[in-house]
Design a binder for this molecule. Structure first.
Ligand code: BEZ
Length: 221
């Protein structure tokens, strides 16, 4: 993803969306945000993804995360497509619970490095890849993932990642492989044993390993 790195301030772009024109930072306010891009409206994988995002939108809300999608079509197309998405969820007539950015000129797709060179529309223009950006309340980019157009994402994984980002923003811990909320976490390597003992009153257990190095330190956050 050229140009935009973890920790960078996320661009305060202006765009037309299904809820009107927005300035991205104003849209976020003081919340966490998730922006996920889609190759094209009225396409099958994108429709399943948006439908899933809509079904679990309350889970993002619970975590204080504002959702916004992007696809390289117009607001009018997005409004029509949203009806299909909600019908796919057997909720025809209900509104899509988050806005979609219209990027029909591909300006944001270029600015944010989201084009997939392998997938093109009928005119031969590249489609957007499946990008996900998670933005913190400080407007800095906390996570980015980039899938090709041909692979749909796992939105439960996005919730899991947000749980980890929000926990590790508060505590000096890191979450191990396949971590889920409630599981033990790992004490970050930069903390001394004394600091860890003070910060984690629930205790720290250290797994013995052949190297004798005490880096596998678990705690209950
Ligand atoms: C889809 O959403 O189904 C899709 C879009 C572009 C390329 C391949 C699949």
């Amino acid at each position: 993803m050229p140009g935009l790195l973890l920790g960078d301030e996320f661009p305060n772009f202006e765009a037309d969306t299904t809820i009107g024109r927005i300035k991205f930072h104003d849209f976020l306010g003081g919340s966490w945000g998730i922006l996920f891009s889609h190759p094209k409206d009225f396409t099958p994988v994108c429709t399943t993804e948006l439908a899933c995002a809509a079904r679990i939108s309350d889970e993002f809300k619970k975590r204080g995360v504002k959702m916004i999608a992007l696809s390289i079509d117009s607001v009018e197309d997005h409004r029509h497509w949203s009806k299909d998405v909600m019908a796919f969820n057997s909720e025809a007539g209900s509104p899509l619970p988050f806005p979609i950015i219209a990027d029909d000129k591909r300006e944001l797709a270029v600015q944010l490095g989201m084009l997939d060179p392998d997938e093109r529309d009928k005119e031969g223009l590249p489609l957007t890849a499946r990008c996900v950006f998670v933005i913190g309340p400080d407007k800095k980019m906390k996570l980015s993932i980039l899938y090709p157009a041909t692979t749909g994402r796992n939105f439960d994984e996005l919730l899991r990642v947000i749980d980890s980002l929000q926990l590790t923003a508060q505590k000096k811990v890191a979450t191990p492989v396949d971590w889920k909320p409630g599981d033990k976490v790992m004490v970050i390597p930069s903390l001394s044993e004394a600091e860890a003992a003070t910060l984690f009153p629930n205790g720290v257990t250290t797994k013995e390993v052949p190297s004798g190095k005490k880096y596998l330190r678990f705690t209950q956050p």
